[in-house]
Design a protein around this ligand. Sequence first.
Ligand code: TXA
Ligand code: MG
Length: 348
Amino acid sequence: MTDSPPSSLIAPATRATLERAATLLRAGELVAFPTETVYGLGADAANPAAVAKIFAAKGRPANHPVIVHVAAAEDFAFWAREIPAAASKLIARFCPGPLTLILPRAAHVSDAVTGGQDSVGIRMPSHPVARRLLQAFAAQGGRGIAAPSANRFGHVSPTTAQHVADDLEDRVAMIVDGGSCEHGIESTIIALTGDAPLLLRPGSLPLIALEATLGVPLRHPDRSRAAADTADGSATPRAPGTLASHYAPRTPAELVNAETLAAVSSRYHREGKRVAALLRTAHAPERAAHTLIAPVDVSGYAHMLYAALRALDAHGDDVLLIEDVPASAEWLAVRDRLLKATYQEIRN
Ligand code: TXA
Ligand code: MG
C-alpha cells in the first residue's frame, strides 16, 4: 500500500519485544501498538511528562483528552472515581472489546490525560498483542497506557504498523507489529457522566448491541456544535474526535452517489483534474487515474477503509471521489468517518 522502506522501529510482537516495549513505556517513552480497532500511540498514563510527548508527536492540541487502555476490568475503578450501574453492565458484557467508556475521573488522573475535563476515557482492548503488552506493563508496575490513534493530528488513523511509521517514524521509540487491525475503525465511545448514556462517537461496537444491554436508547451528540468548535478553535470540545474535520485524507475528498459517480468523475476530468475513486458497487469511472474497490459488506469495508484512503491519498491526485454507503444504522460508524473525511465539500 505504500512505497516507504520498512521501518527499523517496527518490531514483531514476541515476548522479548513486549517486555522491552513495557520497559520503554515505564521509562517515559512512546510505543505504538496494535488494537482490534486501530493502532494506538502509547505512553504511561500515570506519567504526565510521558503523556505530554503524545501531544508533541501527534501535533495535537493539549486540551484533547486521551483514552487510558487497561489490562483488566477491575482497572476501570482505578481510573474512575465511580462506576455507575450502566457502566458495570457494559464492562461485563463488552470488555475486552472496541468500547470506550467516559466516566468521572479519579482524583489522581492527570490533566494531561483528561485534557482538564472532570472525566476520563477508559478502554480494555481485545487484541491479543495489546493485551499481552498491557499485562507486561502491569507486571512492571504500570496501571494503564494512554493512547490516541497513532496518526498525525487530523490525519487518517493507522491500521498497520507501516501506517504508523509513515506518520510518526522519528517520533516513537518502538512500533509493535500486530498485523492489520481487525475492525479498522475506532472504538465506540459512550459517556456515562450524565443522567443518561450518551453516544460520543459511533464506532466498531454496534449501537444495537449496546442499547440491548443498556435497555435504553443512546442519546446522540449535537453535530452542529462540533462543527462550531472546529471553526472557532477556542471551545473545549466534549470529544474532539467528533470534530467534523477529523479523519481526513490530504486529497480533497467528496462523497458521491453510485449513480452520479461516473458523471462527476468525467466533469473533473474535463477540467483537467486527476481523479481517484474509492468504489463499492459502482463501475470504475473510465478516466479515473486510480481506483480501489471496497468490499460491499460493512465489516469488510470498515477493515480496509483507512488503508484505502491512505493508498489513494499517496498518489497525490486532485480529487478523491468516495462512493456513498447506505444511510442505515449498520453503516453509522463508517458513514460518520466518510462524512468527516469529506467535510470540506459537505460544508461548501
Ligand atoms: O479505538 C480507539 O478508540 C483508538 C484505539 C487506539 O484505542 N483510540 C482512539 O483515540 O481513537 P483518539 O484519541 O484518536 O480518540 C479518542 C476520542 C477523542 O475524540 C477524545 O476526545 C475522546 O476519545 N475522549 C477521550 N477521553 C475523553 C473524555 N474524558 N471526555 C470526552 N471525550 C474523551
Ligand atoms: Mg484519533
